[in-house]
Ligand binder design. Structure first.
Ligand code: GLC
Length: 751
């Protein structure tokens, strides 16, 4: 449809919407609460149940049936309906042909970009830069709202300790403090400055709650989480989303301590509504209401509807237990009218807050917003800051742009779809700029030779190994781009082992035989067990699935336009046998330490039964991870010095300032993510050996020094020892350092 014609149609739609909203006896100047209640009073039971139902067009019984259902007010929301014309067409039916003209809320998974695709959220978390992450989500909202999407099922803020879990890719890693900072930024980015702005989109904090603790890292499996861990870790980023004003939450698939998250009154009612006073709307996950039958928590759909509604799920996604049973439950007296009305109020309130009654249609004008150069530049910046330098022996990196020839290998060197990562519904692989393309652009094609070596990440065919080695020997440096195809992480895509798939380790070993500088760049959706690879490579750069502009971002780093600055948002384990491994673990009664454990290979073959340490470690893996949380190198070096505390003690109502000097002692400007940790030595329950309580990304020019300060209030030291949040006097350690495993140490007491 040409632009002029669609603009005229849009203008007519707007005029008719204005006329109808006036004729709906609504007073625009009333408060939203008044308007919600006035509308609610006019709704029939069927219309109320309709608002509580969200459907995917693929399950709506065909085009004509779908339009009839919308006309009859049987849906409050649709997900996966896309295309401006389609959205405006259905919205027109809802607004102009249904009895009350209630607009539809159009939802979609815009998890890390719409058409401009940013790194997977786990990668964005590695930037430790809430500001650029917020802008990334703002850009995503501008793009998706221009296509009629006014609700995204993001941010996903499930904490997890298990890299086998495919959905680790979608979250912000293992730490509640970092995840909370990013959760706030993502919600603010999605919803923007004003909810009635056409580019505002309703955020949805998911999956409430505990889904990331799926046993065995198997998706959808059982979760058992103690109340202290639930409150001190898992709930924190959701509270941050609520504080940031997230309009909606999504209940999860998992059964939590025996009660499915989508029927869990403790989490949905007691915590979310009573303790947090959340006034937004809760939507279930896809069919997670009807799946309570499979869980064995409900006998049938009527019971599933009853338990979900009583627990506080306002809108049912995809399954139709509400549509099919609420009327009967009301007539049988098993549910009261006010419960239904409360759910509908929560739904209508979101629609009013988004201004959908005034502006239900999408203007064709907005459509020009996709993939504009500024958006792509930002995607490149985020991908650059998300990459983590894990090894760089003999300053192998950065390579000189004057290099004579570079040999590029690997299944992800030129894989435009894989670099986008999981949860990409609307991004297009054809827009990707791959590492190979970017390096050719930077150096000139004749300097760059390319042999894939393996056709895809799981490929075991060694047919190209011989010629790959031959090429490597002729080149000045080797760049190997490996990792995982995008399909190996994400929903329903968990792995038992987390090594490099296929014959990638073998190919890297082959290339290492060339004796040439070997740079390995990993693009994956999870932390992989890259210990062997790290042993063979001279330099190791972790780029995650870096999105549309991953190629230019990695080329910028490899050839020194900018130094890598990312830090790990999640612990990298030596192998899946170490899982779960997270830095804020408890001390235990027998903590291991260097020298206190016996590596398996050093156990004498003939030996009397003697102690191998009787400490908490693995004989093969030891007790430390491959790379600790917060770890990441730079092309320059930073020296930490001069730790200072404003006082050696503070009261339970006071605060303390902890500072240190960071000096750029290297030969290049660089960013350093300075981290601030504490330890509560003794508590009414056992406490973590470390907890992140602050971080600052700081740019320090070569040779310069900056003082970084962190302020600690007593509230920052509070924790839940069960249901109760407490502040307990005692002795505390503090660290300011480059990661969770090292830093300048100080101590103070709280009285
Ligand atoms: C999926 C996911 C959820 C997503 C929803 C809609 O199953 O669990 O994160 O938002 O369905 O696609």
């Amino acid at each position: 449809m040409d632009f002029y014609k669609s603009t005229v149609i849009y203008g007519l739609l707007v005029l008719s919407a204005l006329f109808l909203s006036c004729s709906n006896k609504e007073n625009k100047t009333d408060t939203i609460e008044t308007r919600v209640n006035q509308l609610l009073d006019r709704m029939t039971l069927d219309e109320k149940i309709g608002q509580m139902t969200q459907i995917d067009p693929g399950f709506a019984g065909g085009e004509e049936q779908m339009k009839k259902s919308v006309r009859d007010g049987r849906y409050g929301s649709m997900l996966n309906l896309f295309g401006v014309e389609k959205v405006n067409e259905l919205q027109k039916i809802s607004v102009e042909e249904s009895r009350l003209g209630i607009p539809l809320l159009i939802g979609r998974d815009v998890i890390h970009g719409y058409q401009t695709i940013f790194p997977i959220p786990l990668g964005m978390a590695a930037s430790w830069n809430p500001e650029i992450v917020k802008k990334a989500f703002r850009i995503s909202a501008i793009e998706c709202s221009s296509q009629g999407i006014k609700w995204t099922f993001a941010p996903m803020v499930d904490i997890t300790w298990d890299p086998r879990w495919g959905r680790i890719a979608e979250g912000c890693g293992e730490d509640p403090f970092l995840a909370s900072s990013l959760s706030r930024a993502m919600v603010e980015g999605i919803q923007g400055e004003s909810l009635t702005d056409p580019s505002a989109v309703a955020a949805c904090a998911k999956h409430f709650v505990g889904y990331g603790f799926s046993e065995g890292g198997r998706d959808y499996s059982t979760t058992y989480i103690s109340e202290p861990v639930l409150r001190n870790v898992v709930l924190k980023p959701f509270l941050a989303a609520r504080d940031a004003g997230a309009l909606t939450f999504m209940s999860g698939f998992n059964d939590l301590n025996g009660v499915p998250a989508s029927g869990n009154e403790f989490t949905l009612k007691q915590i979310l509504r009573k303790e947090w006073d959340f006034k937004g709307m809760v939507v279930s996950d896809w069919a997670s209401v009807s799946e309570m039958i499979s869980h064995g928590y409900c006998s049938n759909e009527k019971e599933a509807a009853l338990k979900a509604l009583k627990a506080g799920v306002d809108m049912e996604m995809s399954s139709l237990t509400y549509a099919g049973n609420i009327k009967a439950l009301l007539q049988e007296g098993r549910i009261e009218q006010w419960v239904i009305d409360d759910a509908v109020r929560n739904i209508l309130r979101v629609k009013y807050k988004l201004g959908l009654f005034e502006n239900p249609y999408v203007s064709p004008e907005a459509q020009k917003q996709l993939l504009n150069p500024e958006f792509l530049d930002h995607a490149q910046k985020v991908a650059r800051q998300s990459a983590v330098l894990l090894k760089n022996d003999q300053k192998t990196l950065p390579l000189s742009q004057k290099i004579r020839s570079v040999a590029v290998f690997g299944p992800l060197a030129d894989s435009p779809r894989d670099q986008l990562g999981t949860w990409v519904f609307d991004g297009k692989a054809e827009n990707s700029v791959t590492p190979l393309a970017a390096i050719r652009e930077l150096l000139g094609p004749d300097k760059v030779n390319f042999i894939k070596g393996l056709q895809y990440s799981r490929d075991k065919n060694r047919g190209e190994f011989v010629k790959a080695l031959a090429l490597a020997k002729q080149s000045d440096a080797i760049l190997y781009f490996g990792g995982e195809e995008w399909i190996l992480s994400g929903e329903g895509q968990s792995r038992g082992e987390i090594n490099l798939p296929g014959a990638q380790e073998e190919l890297i070993a082959e290339l290492a035989r060339s004796g040439k500088p070997l740079v390995v760049i990993i693009m994956a959706g999870r932390p992989l067990a890259v210990g062997k690879v790290a042993g063979m490579a001279d330099a190791l750069l972790y780029g995650w699935h870096g999105g549309t502009m991953a190629g230019p971002a990695l080329a910028d780093l490899i050839f020194g336009k900018e130094s890598p600055s990312g830090k790990l948002p999640v612990t990298f384990v030596k192998g899946s046998g170490q899982i779960p491994f997270y830095y804020y673990h408890n001390q235990t009664g027998r903590p291991a330490s260097e020298g206190s454990w016996t590596p398996m290979d050093s156990i004498p073959v003939v030996n009397p039964q003697s102690s191998l340490g009787y400490k908490s470690f693995h004989l093969d893996y030891g007790f430390t991870p491959l790379y600790p949380f917060g770890y990441g190198l730079s092309y320059t070096t930073f020296k930490y010095s001069g730790l200072k505390l404003s006082s050696m003690s503070m009261s339970t109502t006071g605060s303390i300032v902890v500072s240190a000097n960071i000096t750029n002692t290297g030969e290049m400007d660089g960013d350093e993510i300075v981290q601030f940790y504490i330890r509560d030595r003794v508590g009414s329950i056992t406490r973590p050996v470390k907890e992140l309580k602050g971080f600052q990304r700081v740019s320090i020019p070569q040779g310069m020094q900056k003082e970084i300060q962190f302020t600690l209030n007593a509230k920052d030291l509070s924790f839940f020892n069960g249901k109760t949040q407490v502040v307990e006097p005692g002795e505390f350690d503090v660290w300011i350092g480059p990661n969770s495993a090292e830093g300048l140490h100080g101590e103070f007491n709280m009285h």
